[in-house]
Design a protein around this ligand. Structure first.
Ligand code: FE2
Ligand code: FE2
Length: 293
């Protein structure tokens, strides 16, 4: 198999996953510095199921205003733009994809836990290091492994073989995919992001999450995703397809971030991951509330 033949077969099947109009719009607004609460609120109310979730989170005990937030506009103002965006994206992306996940022995529930975990860690990392990433860090984390869904859906047997190979040989899944498919989920994610007309930083963040130093202008974002991916695996948040534990300092992404933020060398890693844990825990609680699980 080659990349071209894989893409050809996916295209001919007519089953290319789509991403809902509300999620698309919210992604667009993420990169728009002039976007305001009202624009985001107006987008959300077009999808009543989503609007109900956003209201539910705003009324959760976490915010201490239980039962008092009656409109989406107020909910968005209370939650803030970043939090609202995360909820909308997670709920709608996971919902849009649920029909695409076949029986191939892969635990998609834990896959999404891994994906949103990477998004949340990426966001916490960006905040702690004060990196100017334009708000794409959560969405890039949430979607970084989306190519696995394409492989799992269209090539269930081969994908199961790649998973098995990664497990047996103790190699990263992308390496096992290269052996089986002669391409990997990052390349397919890039292709899908192109079809969905994703903003460029987001697309590069997905495409280069295993080789962030090659991501040109978006190498810092791609690095944040690689480091967040490694941290999510180290902390056993969900399951992305392999159990590879990597030494953080050895990743390409850590090198890029250390260049960008020299103080990283001085960072107390134990304290840093503790701070990350706190941020991630709070955000995870909210996401769970949004999904009603
Ligand atoms: Fe990956
Ligand atoms: Fe991953």
């Amino acid at each position: 198999m080659t990349f071209d033949r894989i893409v050809d077969r996916i295209e001919r099947s007519g089953e290319i996953p789509t991403i809902g109009p509300v999620a698309t719009e919210v992604l667009r607004l993420a990169g728009d510095p002039d976007a305001d609460f009202r624009a985001v609120g107006q987008t959300i109310v077009r999808d009543p199921a989503l609007a109900a979730r956003v209201l539910r989170v705003a009324n959760s005990p976490f915010y201490g205003v239980r039962g008092e937030v009656g409109t989406v506009d107020r909910a968005v103002a209370l939650l803030g733009l970043a939090e609202t965006r995360n909820i909308v994206l997670s709920v709608s992306v996971i919902r849009d994809f649920s029909g695409t996940l076949g029986e191939n022995g892969f635990d998609w529930e834990r896959f999404w836990e891994h994906s949103s975990g990477v998004g949340l860690i990426a966001q916490a990392l960006t905040r702690l290091l004060r990196l100017p990433l334009g708000g794409y860090e959560y969405s890039a984390g949430l979607l970084h492994d989306v190519g696995k869904i394409l492989l799992g859906h269209h090539f269930p047997e081969e994908f199961a073989r790649a998973l098995e190979r990664a497990r047996e040989a103790g190699i990263p899944l992308e390496q096992a995919e290269q052996e089986v498919f002669r391409t990997d989920h990052a390349r397919l994610g890039d292709w899908l992001a192109g079809r969905w007309s994703f903003p460029e930083p987001l697309r590069d963040g997905l495409a280069w999450h295993h080789h962030p130093a090659q991501a040109g202008n978006h190498r810092v974002l791609a690095s944040v995703i690689q480091v967040a991916d490694a941290l999510a695996k180290a902390k056993c948040i969900g399951f992305g397809g392999d159990h590879m534990a990597v030494c953080l300092g050895d990743t390409e992404g850590w090198g890029v971030l250390a260049e960008e933020r020299p103080e990283l060398a001085e960072v107390d890693l134990a304290r840093f991951t503790f701070q990350l844990d706190e941020e991630v825990d709070a955000a995870r609680r909210l996401l769970r509330e949004a999904r009603g699980t």
